[in-house]
Design a protein around this ligand. Structure first.
Ligand code: ADP
Length: 271
């Protein structure tokens, strides 16, 4: 996994924070299977600023996971540009600077919850004592304080997913990528996790990119929403979501929320 190219510094007099943390411009990605090329992303362009919560929606198979895998450094793109800025001193290194959360918590069943949250420290060779302190803090932050000694099977699905979020934050990544993180939860737990998610995002000061199949979830969570067309994916739209803060579930009953949802339905042609 290679580092991304070092970004050129921003225009004079401009703070780093004015410059996008991630700049995706005309991104293209194709897969080759048995000599056949299939294009997954044809032209994706968006800027993400540090601290944004970007929700990514689009029809199934349009390339959302592909885009996350490119951001995570797992896949290379084959056209367009991707710039991710770490800081002035060093390049962005996806192995250290990205945390991932998947649809399933993927906890190791033979490790207790604390040991699961500490897993990135073992993989990256970070000092265990400091990692333990941070893991305990993160367990508190995700509402699992005092649960560290339990085994994964002793926790509900929602609690396991909170542990997975804590694990994703353990090595202090600047970018957290979530691929349909609440898709396996029942509707009520999912709504509670959405609320928790906003709190965790606010407290962590990280940049989040969240793939979701739920348009309501995309609007509720996002500071911005990227809508992709059916594959090969192009940007249908990318817009800020200006809902009043702090967001509670009651915002879903407001005209502003419904207008955002309708806008996405129209973009996806499903209204
Ligand atoms: P989404 O996350 O929006 O459902 P994906 O990014 O998983 O979409 O897939 C986009 C397209 O790329 C689909 O047509 C899928 O079949 C194809 N695809 C995904 N991963 C691979 C792969 N490793 N090899 C070949 N084709 C793939």
């Amino acid at each position: 996994m290679s580092d991304y190219p070092k970004p050129t510094s921003g225009p004079a007099g401009r703070k780093n924070s004015d410059r996008p943390f991630i700049r995706i411009d005309g991104l293209r990605k194709s897969y080759r299977n048995k000599g056949q090329e299939s294009v997954a992303l044809s032209n994706v362009t968006l800027d993400i600023h540090a601290g944004d919560m970007v929700s990514l929606v689009g029809p199934s198979g349009c390339g959302k996971s592909t885009l996350l895998k490119i951001l995570s450094g797992l896949y290379e793109h084959d056209g367009g540009t991707l710039e991710i800025h770490a800081d002035a001193q060093r390049n962005f290194n996806p192995g250290k600077d990205v945390g991932m959360v998947f649809q399933q918590p993927l906890l190791l069943k033979w490790r207790n919850i604390l040991e699961n949250v500490m897993l990135p420290a073992d993989i990256l060779g970070l000092p265990r004592s400091a990692a333990r302190v941070r893991a305990l803090e993160l367990l508190d932050m995700v509402g699992l304080g005092g649960q560290g000694k339990k085994m994964p099977y002793e926790l509900s699905g929602g609690m396991q997913q909170r542990a997975a979020i804590a694990r994703a934050l353990l090595h202090d990544p600047s970018l957290v990528l979530m691929d349909e993180p609440f898709g396996a939860l029942d509707a009520l737990t999912r709504e509670k996790m959405n609320l928790e998610m906003l709190r965790i995002w606010e407290q962590s000061h990280k940049t989040f990119v969240v793939v979701t199949h739920s348009i309501q979830e995309a609007v509720f969570l996002g500071t911005h929403c990227a809508v992709l067309t059916a594959g090969p994916a192009r940007m249908a739209d990318f817009f800020p979501i200006a809902l009043p803060a702090p967001r509670t579930l009651h915002v879903k009953a407001t005209a502003e929320f419904t207008a955002y949802v309708s806008r996405i339905y129209d973009l996806l042609g499903v209204a």
